[in-house]
Design a protein around this ligand. Structure first.
Ligand code: ADP
Ligand code: ZN
Ligand code: ZN
Length: 806
């Protein structure tokens, strides 16, 4: 069942059903008093449950298994390792259209018009939706006077007559593209001559026909739109030719994710890439996992493509994992350039129907799903024949899912997935995670280094600017030192582009009263609100609460509210004043909403419509702009002073990655880092791009303070709206854990933001020493959790277990 319960359940089926049914098919079942779910068949057996009477299933929902054995094996691993139910994994894995349940809400698809293809029951529901904007599956059952309605709803979805309500996704629009062809009357060359003669007086129509012939030289279907543009005629001209039976229209339902354009030959690898490639293949003869440490702009993507091609040639599937798809449209375009229609993209921002489409294509091993490019959730797809997994930017935190369960790390789960398929897996990064590098050093993984930028461009020159000194000498304007301003001016004078990195969005993170020192707080969370200038409002970045900017302080009434600190919006404003003749752009969460939000900004910057781009850490994600010669990091210190054991590693990654955006094509780039603390060891390591030293030093600290990769971490979080309840619960839990694990239990602590959406939060961390078994630790923890949940007072408390919580 797609629910967070550890158990599986037995339902009864008839003999006929038993013959038809296979593992991995879905069945509609009722559960509890009135719930209906799409359950997954895990086993078909003849053992009666002893504790309850097996109910009958409602119906079988699939003709063939939707989930294969390899997936089930993988999901089971995820459930065990991350301490969640198999149902949690099932729910996370399937596009929601496959998970119909009694509470699912359906809507009419307004664009649907072919009512005549609907069966009677289907039509009844469709009609009911004319009067009522939405229905639950429960209500559908009531309307039809029967319980067994899932297949009817399924069929309505398939026929695109209805959609499932999913607020976060964009609404589905069937995408029918109108094409034009010649009417069958006119196929021979002879009649064409006549045709043109006939039209000699209708000048526009004649032009349309001529345009059509020019386009048809390419032997591809001709879109009506395309013809209008080519012949420079209106749609009514083409329509009139259709009315005359000269043209006819036809429609093709295109896949919603479509590749346009031609594929190209793979680039020729340079000698260093060639060497890396052969080393990778060499390591693969002994190891299943290999880490590719390739500096920024060394051309890792080109190396991947060669490996991918070889696996495709063996007839196997490839999974290419990316941290955040929306940010990596460039890499999608590049891979599509090589592999064209063999690529499908899978991402949670795509609509339900797009995801269903990809799922089915992978399941059927269709040629267009030979390479799956996807974010973390694509590890759940029904692969049957994986030959290679590439995890690009393997160090990225977005591979980890924190909420909801399963709280998995897609890189780690992908390693297990590869093992299940007997496939190879390549982890790539310019700044590998300490864990992966450690595993490579321990010879658990193969290791290959690529230390040259393509074209032998040197890594950028990195200089540290001491802000404290600049302030003392009054050489600072707003948030810019004179040195950084000079570098920006020089780049702009040469018509080059600039990236400025400011790891905070909004205008100024915190507003503070100068009289009494109080900052406006979020009413739902224990955190200060952030000022957003554009809308003149205050917002909570945790729960999205917003209010207009008050005129006076809520605590003392004085009108002395002031900005403290700075964010992207403020930097953008200062820049427009400092460089009024140049176009300034901004890329952060606020400017990139919507499916194409990133693409627009990235596209504008590529097209050089923007001279200076200000942004948050989004800018550090593998972007490739050839005209950027300067990268400025405005406030390095905010990244270093972060209460997290990985803060320094992350700060190094982020700075090296953004720096890597400078000087990628011809000439060496510049990087300027403003800081109050230029002697900080991490900044020194960034300025010399000394990964090895960073690694050595961080590793020592990890050992000393008992952190990964030496110790494993399990984090437990308790949440409830009543503070006292959480507090009592967490103290009980701490004692119980302490008696099992002793000094390796840390806490209980309140996180930096100790209340979110009115829920109070407490954490406990369990550290697991290298020699202590992970499995038995989890078993013990599970026992304690069960005891905790058996206490009536604690039952309403949310108990969250996060394995490898980093
Ligand atoms: P990385 O991912 O390692 O930062 P990329 O794969 O983005 O590097 O490559 C950097 C740039 O160099 C890209 O614009 C890419 O097209 C170009 N490039 C890399 N290798 C080659 C090659 N062998 N031939 C031509 N161009 C290349
Ligand atoms: Zn809030
Ligand atoms: Zn005040």
């Amino acid at each position: 069942m797609p629910i967070p319960i550890q158990k599986t359940f037995t339902y009864s089926i008839t003999e006929d059903e038993a013959i038809f049914l296979q593992k991995g098919m879905r069945v509609a079942v009722s559960f509890g008093k009135s719930k209906m779910y799409s359950a997954l068949v895990l086993n078909i057996h003849q053992t009666k449950p002893t504790l309850y009477e097996a109910k009958e299933i409602h119906q079988i929902l699939d003709e063939v298994p939707l989930v294969n054995e390899l997936q089930l094996q993988h999901w089971q691993w995820i459930a065990n390792y991350y301490m969640c139910s198999l149902g949690d994994v099932y729910r996370a894995a399937l596009p929601s259209a496959f998970l119909l349940e009694s509470e699912t809400i359906i809507n009419k698809n307004e664009a649907f018009t072919e009512e005549d293809i609907l069966a009677d029951d289907e039509f009844l529901i469709f009609e009911a939706l004319q009067h009522q904007s939405q229905l639950t599956i429960h209500q559908v059952a009531a309307i039809l006077g029967k319980k067994k309605v899932m297949p009817i709803v399924n069929s309505l979805i398939k026929k695109t007559a209805i959609t499932i309500k999913e607020e976060i996704y964009e609404q589905y629009k069937p995408k029918l593209v109108k094409y034009v062809r010649l009417h069958s009357n006119y196929s021979s060359d002879d009649s064409l001559g006549n045709l043109l003669e006939e039209l000699s007086r209708a000048k526009k129509q004649r032009e349309a026909v001529l345009g059509f012939f020019q386009l048809s030289a390419s032997k591809k279907p001709i879109k009506a739109k395309e013809l209008e543009e080519k012949a420079n005629v209106s749609s009514s001209i083409i329509k009139s030719l259709v009315d005359k039976n000269i043209f006819e229209f036809y429609h093709i339902q295109t896949d919603r994710i479509q590749f346009k354009g031609d594929t190209n030959d793979l680039k020729k690898l340079n000698e260093f890439q060639e060497k890396a490639l052969s080393e990778i293949k060499e390591t693969f003869t002994e190891k299943d996992v290999t880490l590719l440490h390739g500096i920024t702009s060394s051309g890792k993507t080109e190396v991947y493509t060669k490996l991918i091609q070889e696996v495709l040639d063996q007839g196997k599937q490839v999974l290419f994992l990316l941290p955040e798809i929306a940010l990596t449209t460039q890499i999608i375009t590049r891979l599509q350039f090589y592999f064209g229609e063999q690529i499908s993209v899978f991402h949670s921002k795509y609509s339900m129907n797009e995801r269903v489409e990809v799922w089915n294509n992978v399941l059927e091993n269709k040629p267009k799903a030979r390479i799956i490019l996807g974010a973390r959730s694509s590890i759940f797809l029904p692969f049957s024949n994986l030959g290679l997994i590439v995890v690009d930017e393997e160090h990225e935190t977005s591979y980890k899912q924190f909420e909801p369960s399963p709280r998995y790390n897609a890189r780690d789960a992908a390693i297990v997935l590869a093992k299940i398929h007997a496939a190879k897996i390549l982890l790539g990064s310019a700044t590998p995670s300490l864990e992966s590098y450690f595993n490579a050093q321990q010879k658990k993984y193969g290791f290959v280094a690529l230390n040259r930028r393509h074209g032998n461009v040197q890594l950028p020159k990195i200089e540290l600017i001491n802000v404290k000194e600049k302030q003392r000498k009054k050489e600072i304007k707003g948030h810019f030192s004179d040195r950084l301003l000079k570098l920006i001016q020089e780049a702009l004078d040469l018509k080059e582009q600039v990236i400025l990195f400011q790891n905070r969005r909004g205008f100024s993170p915190v507003v503070e009263c100068k009289t009494c020192g109080v900052s406006p707080q979020c009413p739902n969370c224990d955190v200060s609100l952030t000022y957003h200038k554009f809308r003149n409002e205050l917002r909570c970045h945790y729960c999205n609460y917003q209010r207009s900017m008050p005129n006076s302080c809520g605590a003392c009434g004085s009108n002395t509210l002031d900005n403290k600190g700075f964010g992207t919006e403020q930097i953008e404003l200062e820049l427009t004043q400092l460089f009024p003749d140049h176009k300034i752009g901004r890329m952060d969460l606020d400017t990139t909403r919507g499916k194409y939000g990133y693409q627009k900004i990235i596209g504008a910057f590529e097209a050089r419509e923007i001279d200076v781009l200000v942004g948050t850490q989004m800018l550090s994600k593998g972007l490739d702009f050839d005209n950027v010669t300067l990268v400025g990091i405005l406030n390095a210190d905010s990244m270093l002073n972060f209460p997290d054991f990985r803060a320094h590693e992350r700060a190094y990654d982020m700075m090296v990655q953004v720096s890597g955006r400078a000087g990628r094509s011809k000439k060496q780039g510049n990087v300027a880092i403003q800081t109050y603390n230029p002697f900080h060891q991490i900044l020194q390591q960034v300025s010399t791009t000394n990964y090895a030293e960073m690694y050595k030093e961080q590793l020592q600290e990890r050992w000393q303070y008992k952190y990964p990769p030496y110790y494993r971490l399990i984090k437990i979080t308790l949440k409830h709206k009543d503070y006292n309840k959480v507090d009592t619960g967490v103290n009980w839990l701490f004692k119980a854990l302490y008696s099992s694990f002793g000094e390796h239990v840390l806490g209980p602590t309140a996180p930096a933001v100790s209340r979110i959406r009115n829920q109070y939060i407490k954490n406990i961390v369990i550290k697991i020493p290298p020699k202590q078994s992970l499995a038995s630790t989890k078993k013990q923890l599970k026992k304690i959790k069960d005891t905790f949940e058996a206490v009536k007072d604690f039952r309403p408390i949310r108990f969250i277990t996060d394995v490898d919580a980093y």
